[in-house]
Design a protein around this ligand. Structure first.
Ligand code: KG4
Ligand code: ZN
Length: 350
């Protein structure tokens, strides 16, 4: 079965083609260059770029996958959560295609896509399948907009065990990266510098470590890091030395990861599972992968991570993948008339 998946939930325009759960093409057009000068995603510019880029991304995906329009069996598109005016672009294109080709359309929760992203197999069938996982399984979703600890009881049946009460993990990385002059989005650059630094050089708090639940907070850690920078430089943050920058990066990263890993440990104790999946842009963080893998192993669970960076951040393949498994489990397609974007969609209602 050939499925075409579309994601325009935020600032990346993506179209992918899958044969069952195997990726034939996964084209992502990043808008980082457009939003960089504003230091964050500007919704109007994002919508405009989706509209400008969609056709090129779509045609490239068909060409790379060697798929003709009449070969496509089903369509998948992100319904939410995300930016309303960005979601609208993908949804409109998907509806048009569904009508043109007379094939079913599956509206997908973007977070379910992230949750399943480590289960996208290569075009030659290498990788783990959803049906290889034991139920229930745990998921950690970490991106620029979300930080969620999920218990997956079955496909489409999810509980949010914990989430951020303020900033997302990726957002915290980006904000601290900005304080250190690392550009936008600076999460990956900060993580790279952290590899050279000493994580015990300074002391930063682990907010909400004793909160008793599985929620996290990153806003206090961000403020504490800003205060630390001002303290070290005597209120002249531009005067940080290279050594101080790498040590702050390492100390921040360690505190930020510990914050969420303590809650993942709580989740593993409360729900002894065999499998843990990691998704979202921050899943590219090597230190997070390493520490989460060893935590999961300590509790007898195996960690599954997205096989490419592109699969961790926003992409159409994870949306098509969610549709594939929904089709296999007998979920009905969406009704085109009633379909409208849902910017606040919760994975618990997926
Ligand atoms: O999922 P994503 O591409 O977009 C959404 O936010 O939906 O995630 C992007 C986020 C950004 O905040 C980016 O800085 C962060 O993921 N990120 C990282 C790393 N690579 C990307 N954060 C920490 N370490 C990384 N290696
Ligand atoms: Zn996302």
């Amino acid at each position: 079965m050939i499925i075409l998946g579309i994601d325009t939930s935020c600032d990346d325009t993506s179209v992918a083609l899958l044969r069952d759960d195997c990726i034939l093409a996964n084209i992502v057009s990043s808008q980082d260059d457009i939003h960089r000068e504003w230091g964050g995603v500007v919704p109007n510019l994002a919508r405009h770029a989706h509209e400008t880029n969609f056709e090129r991304v779509y045609q490239t995906a068909l060409r790379r996958a060697h798929v003709a329009l009449q070969d496509i069996d089903a369509l998948a598109v992100t319904l939410g959560p995300g930016l309303a005016i960005s979601l609208e672009v993908g949804l409109k294109k998907a509806k048009q295609l569904a009508e043109e080709l007379s094939i079913p359309l599956y509206a997908i929760n973007h977070m379910e896509g992230h949750l399943l992203s480590s289960l996208a197999r290569t075009s030659t069938g290498r990788g783990t399948k959803l049906s290889d996982l034991s139920l229930p399984f745990l998921g950690l979703l970490v991106s620029g907009g979300h930080t969620e600890v999920i218990l997956a009881n079955a496909l489409g049946s999810y509980e949010v065990l914990g989430q951020t009460v303020d900033d997302a993990l990726g957002e915290a990385f980006d904000k601290v990266a900005r304080m250190l002059g690392l550009g936008y989005p600076g999460g990956a650059a900060l993580a790279k510098l952290a590899q050279q630094g000493n994580p015990s050089a300074y002391t930063l708090p682990i907010p909400m470590r004793g909160s008793g639940d599985m929620n996290v907070s990153y806003s206090g850690l961000k403020t504490a890091t800003r205060n630390l920078i001002y303290e070290i430089t005597d209120t002249h943050p531009d005067e940080l030395t290279k050594q101080q920058i790498v040590d702050i990066a390492a100390t921040f990263q360690q505190a930020a990861l510990k914050t969420i890993l303590l809650k993942m440990e709580k989740a593993l104790i409360a729900h002894p599972v065999k499998d843990v999946v990691l998704g979202g842009g921050v899943a590219a963080n090597l230190e997070l992968r390493k520490q989460l893998r060893s935590l999961a192993q300590r509790y007898g669970a195996k960690l599954h991570v997205p096989r490419q960076k592109k699969l961790a951040s926003d992409n159409g393949a994870m949306i098509a993948l969610a549709a594939y498994w929904r089709i296999q489990h007998g979920f009905p397609p969406s009704s085109l008339n009633e379909l409208d974007r849902q910017p606040q969609l919760n994975i618990a209602g997926a």
